[in-house]
Design a protein around this ligand. Structure first.
Ligand SMILES: C[S@@+](CC[C@H](N)C(=O)[O-])C[C@H]1O[C@@H](n2cnc3c(N)ncnc32)[C@H](O)[C@@H]1O
Length: 211
């Protein structure tokens, strides 16, 4: 393990799921303090609030749940039960310590999530559809495990949205009548206390329902 605390540059430079496993194993222990608190991270709050405002209900799957920041906000807003899935066992260990989640599912979303189809009434994800992490392809897998009418609230880094072809993906899903009521809200990822080159970065919260 290196002595330097990982940060956003390391996260955005990841090239493979194996890189993610390695980085987040190292970061898990102080992600909440060294990253979320220091950078005034807000995306999990926007995502959870948007989910609830759209009428989202449990059971919910938090995708790329990390240390459980989004789940904690959902829980405060009265949503449950919530399951967590993540590629990093170490991040999930931190999430389960918060005593919010019903179940932790360690999985690479690109390879599939080992749960039955139609399992969830809601799917949320904050900070996982971004540079170096997860592209649009696994949305198909999320639709498989979501029930008819399930509410989705997925944050997608705005620059990555354009680079990785999310608009095409959503257009195709709408054309195929697999999703309805797509809305994109742009929000700031960090609050006023953030500093550094990414402090003004934005993300879309993609709200839609499984048709
Ligand atoms: C920036 S963190 C966000 C964590 C949390 N949702 C939040 O808002 O603080 C991104 C998370 O995505 C997870 N991740 C990255 N690639 C993944 C993959 N292929 N499958 C599942 N999770 C993945 C990482 O392990 C990490 O916990």
């Amino acid at each position: 393990m290196s002595t330097k605390t990982p940060g956003l540059n390391d996260a955005y430079s990841l090239k493979s799921p194996e890189d993610s496993r390695r980085l987040y194993a190292e970061w898990a222990g102080d992600y909440d303090e060294s990253f979320a608190a220091r950078e005034d991270y807000q995306l999990h709050i926007h995502t959870a609030r948007a989910f609830v405002a759209a009428g989202g209900q449990g059971p919910v799957l938090d995708v790329g749940a990390g240390t459980g920041l989004c789940g904690a906000v959902l829980c405060d807003l009265g949503v449950g039960p919530i399951d967590a899935t993540d590629i990093s066992g170490e991040m999930l260990t931190q999430a389960m310590r918060k005593d919010i989640y019903r179940d932790a599912i360690e999985a690479d979303i690109n390879e599939g999530i080992p749960v039955r189809r139609d399992s969830y009434s809601g799917i949320v994800s904050s900070g996982t559809f971004t540079h170096g992490h997860v592209g649009p392809e696994p949305i198909d897998e999320l639709l498989r495990i979501a029930r008819h009418g399930a509410q989705f609230a997925l944050s997608i880094n705005s620059d990555f949205f354009r680079e990785a072809g999310f608009a095409d993906k959503f257009r195709q899903l709408e054309r195929d009548h697999r999703i309805t009521n797509l809305k994109l809200h742009e929000v700031r990822i960090y609050g006023d206390l953030a500093s550094g080159p990414n402090k003004d970065d934005t993300a879309y919260i993609a709200l839609f329902e499984k048709a």
